[in-house]
Design a protein around this ligand. Structure first.
Ligand code: FAD
Length: 467
């Protein structure tokens, strides 16, 4: 199957892919500008280039290295795709084809997608009301008692969410009443190269089963339908990027925090290590076009414990390394490791121009009481589900969206500055701002020289530098 006509036959640009409760729509694909008409075996063919240029785009990206810039799709071309794939000559797959996907899926399933390469734009529970029914997994549908518990949990959660909104509570806080299985949607722009990498990852226990099912049933089908030659080579030169070894390695204890600091009643940050060296950064900044890169030579690692919704904002800062430590949901429930704000906020104004004001004492107490009520009931439900044989991750689907998780974050100073700019700013949610302020306080003392430059020239999140 290696000439253009056959490629055209195999090309099957389906728009919508569904598996279980996950929907992925192919919203857009990077296409090259049309030039000369194609010819097959010397015969001019009237086919739309956009229809099937996905494989040829890779070929063109690769051929430029030998001084040719051609899109000829001939017998040699599919062989070339194979050679590139086999020998890990990966950038043509990265620059040649880009998918823009619209993913609709339960929050518990999508979380790993945000650890993967690409650009994400997600529906915001800060700016919009999250409506619609929650995800009900297959294992719950199969057992009437478990289903009843799931349904009860959903009814209570939805009712409290509405109540909170009715009390003018900020949407960003009202969502704490939602369960860890509401549906979210996001656009994900990802190159074919990165999609191939994900599809070749060895399955492991660190991501939920639904994540792997989505990958195996949807992402691989998109590769098959939109880039048939690449799919052939993916199957022919099967690669497995091993991951299982991590399951076998012992889980280390972290015992060397430099500072260990509570962040209000929200969570904590520990500085695990840092290599801030002003001399090195001073050497590095004399470079162009972006002198900021010089700050990238020094970094710090933090162990963070924060509510899930804070983490999901923070993890969007891709320039760095994230490791979500496995959540011990039994411990979360036993230790009641949930965040309930000391002060709820009311939201006034329009999207992108909200003002927040603290709730009055009595009203605030009432909301706290309500949220604690939901947490307590969720605890009982969790234990009941565990007794009925569910795994912690399965029972956790009935926990409210305010449990805490632990993560390791390593970021260089350039990335820290970006984080401070965006997350110390008044537009950021108050809770994530407290973490940014705490880490910033350490940074300002540790590197006064870099901080001076940051405040004067780099901080762009605000018209005026935060004090
Ligand atoms: C107030 C506020 C509201 C927000 N609201 C929403 C929302 O409603 N929906 C939503 O989805 N997100 C929202 N975000 C998240 C936002 O869109 C960014 O994803 C997040 O702030 C991370 O910023 P960043 O991309 O600059 O950081 P990083 O990902 O750390 O990037 C920093 C720099 O590194 C480079 N870089 C690193 N990795 C890549 C890569 N893979 N590709 C390209 N460049 C890279 C870029 O040069 C970039 O400037 C919001 C953020 C803020 C602060």
């Amino acid at each position: 199957m290696n000439n253009l006509r056959q490629l055209k036959e195999r090309f099957n640009p389906r728009r919508t892919y569904k598996f279980g409760d996950v929907t992925v729509e192919v919203d857009g694909v990077f296409v090259r500008i049309d030039e000369e008409p194609f010819s097959i075996d010397g015969e001019s063919v009237a086919v739309s280039l956009e229809d099937f240029l996905q494989d040829p785009a890779i070929i063109r990206s690769a051929r430029v290295s030998t001084g040719r810039d051609t899109v000829d799709v001939n017998e040699k071309a599919s062989g070339m795709v194979g050679a590139l794939y086999k020998d890990e000559h990966v950038t043509p797959f990265e620059g040649g084809v880009m998918f823009r996907l619209k993913v609709t899926a339960p929050i518990s399933v999508v979380q790993p997608f945000f650890q993967l390469a690409g650009s994400h734009n997600e529906f915001s529970g800060r700016y919009s009301v999250i409506d619609g029914p929650f995800y009900v997994p297959e294992f719950a549908k199969r057992d009437p008692e478990i289903l009843r518990i799931f349904e009860e949990a959903e009814a209570e959660s939805q009712a409290l969410y509405k109540k909170f909104l009715g009390a003018s509570m900020a949407k960003e806080q009202a969502r704490f009443a939602l369960l860890f299985r509401f549906f979210t949607k996001f656009y994900w722009t990802i190159s074919l190269r990165h999609m191939l990498e994900i599809c070749a990852l060895e399955k492991n226990k660190f991501a939920p089963e639904e994540f792997w099912q989505t990958r195996d049933n949807i992402l691989i089908s998109i590769i098959r339908d939109w880039t048939p030659w690449v799919y052939d080579k993916f199957v022919e030169h099967k690669k497995i990027y091993e991951t299982k070894w991590a399951e076998e390695e012992p889980m280390a204890e972290l015992d060397r925090p430099i500072f260990d600091s509570r962040v209000e009643n929200i969570g904590s940050v520990q500085l695990i290590k840092s290599d801030i060296d002003e001399n090195l950064m001073q050497l590095g900044i004399h470079t162009g076009p972006s002198p900021k890169r010089g700050f990238g030579h020094c970094s710090a690692t933090f162990l963070i414990e924060c509510p899930i919704f804070v983490h999901r904002q923070w993890v969007r800062h891709r320039y760095g390394s994230w490791s979500e430590l496995p959540v011990d949901f039994d411990e979360v429930v036993n230790k009641i490791n949930f965040y309930v704000p000391r002060r709820f906020r009311e939201q006034v104004g329009k999207t992108m121009g909200y003002q927040y004001q603290d709730m009055a004492d009595e009203k605030n107490k009432e909301q706290q009481h309500q949220l604690w009520g939901l947490i307590t009931k969720s605890q009982h439900r969790y234990l009941e589900l565990r007794k009925r044989g569910l795994e912690p991750q399965q029972a956790a689907l009935c926990l409210p969206y305010t449990f805490r998780i632990k993560t390791l974050w390593t970021a260089n100073v350039e990335s820290l500055m970006n984080f401070f700019s965006l997350r110390r700013d008044s537009h950021a949610q108050w809770e994530v701002r407290q973490f940014a302020n705490r880490i910033y306080a350490w940074f300002a003392v540790t590197s006064p020289w870099a901080n001076k430059i940051f405040l004067k020239h780099i901080n762009f999140g605000s018209t005026k530098a935060p004090s």
